[in-house]
Design a protein around this ligand. Sequence first.
Ligand SMILES: Cc1cc2nc3c(=O)[nH]c(=O)nc-3n(C[C@H](O)[C@H](O)[C@H](O)COP(=O)(O)OP(=O)(O)OC[C@H]3O[C@@H](n4cnc5c(N)ncnc54)[C@H](O)[C@@H]3O)c2cc1C
Length: 416
Amino acid sequence: MSEVKSVVVVGSGIVGLSTAWHLLRSGVAVTIIEQSSVASGASYGNAGWISPDLATPLPEPSVIKFGLKSLTDRDSPLYVPPTTDGTIMTFAAKFARNCTRAKWNKAMKALLPLNNGAIEGYEEISSQSDHQDELKAKEAPILAAFYSKSDAHALQEELADIVAAGGKVTSQELSGSELANQYPYLNPSVSFAISLLGQRYIDPYKYSISLADEVRALGCELRFGVRALGVEPGHTGATTRLSNGDTIRSDAAVIATGAWTSTLAKSLGVKVSQAAGRGYSFWATSEEKIDHPIYFPAQRIACTPLDSGLRIAGTMEITGTLEAYDPRRVDAIIRSARGLLMGVNLEEREHEWVGPRPITEDGLPLIGPTKSENIWVAAGHGMWGVTHGPITGRLVAQALTSKKVPSILQPFSPLR
Ligand SMILES: Cc1cc2nc3c(=O)[nH]c(=O)nc-3n(C[C@H](O)[C@H](O)[C@H](O)COP(=O)(O)OP(=O)(O)OC[C@H]3O[C@@H](n4cnc5c(N)ncnc54)[C@H](O)[C@@H]3O)c2cc1C
């Protein structure tokens, strides 16, 4: 591949924007193609946690238990609706085969370099940008809270497994009386918590808007409301065909299209099975000021301080990306949250949202060249695209400009 001077990035989520930022900083001309508007996919209404202590591969033995339960329970945090869709059935079968302890350990080790670089990835962007305040992630502990100490067993085991795999976790346990004194917004029936220290959080949409402003100021062309219909190898680089009839020739292209990635990547030799793990969120006011994220692992609910209230997010519904918003999923989150939080007005919600987590059969992202060395994929980050977005952008830009694929990207090869 000759020197990369121009790159088309398809998708303006956290991964596409971060990749564009790093490429622009290396002197590459970048055009972003976005079918809708900035961060209109999963990067819009997610929980915004940058939480390397919790970023683990999704397929693990306990998911199978949840999956089977969900077949009969629509309120389950993991919901796999009965389907005749062959793609989803194939995905579910392949995903289930990855839910073993040995595969989880291997995948966890592969994710560690992304976890270790996650916070630094955010600091790198904010410290070198004109939007330092808007792009600064807030430091705060994530409080993982439980009705009882025994409910915490699964998370304690998972944290021990992360450490055994070589990860770092800094945590502190809190009893019921400590919680009552320090966290008046937790229901008194919440009697045990683990505080994960040194994590970060952002408002993902505001962050994406600021990063889009930043890349525009660095000379990036952003084209909204136009879809990439195909990204094909050209004579020397890549040719991107657009829904408005245009084609763009560039030295390289990066497909950063989240849960939509298989549409463009299949013809480029990418066979890893992918699906949309749809999550829901909404915003509600809080009587008390809450200044750190709260996680209810047993209910799979994530709460993030946002303006004068909380964004409350949850559920994992395995479907196609285009299916309709299902209000019953939000009702299920609210029913669970009622017994956990106090002084949060769950009846008057705003910004109800559903978005597709880009999940892969083995829980690892897709980062690397396709069968065409000029066309890369940067997608499939599942539950952790906010955490891993900026570090992914840096690794992709470095590899494209240096023409060397670092060994830490090998497990994420889209051709695996
Ligand atoms: C409820 C919920 C909570 C979450 N909480 C967290 C969290 O706390 N921390 C964390 O790390 N992660 C979290 N995630 C996961 C995270 O949101 C995703 O992993 C991440 O946003 C994926 O980013 P992306 O850029 O790959 O994809 P997206 O943000 O989905 O961006 C892809 C973009 O590509 C565009 N696109 C698609 N196809 C085309 C095409 N053909 N042409 C042009 N444009 C196209 C789409 O419109 C979209 O804007 C959460 C997800 C959900 C749903």
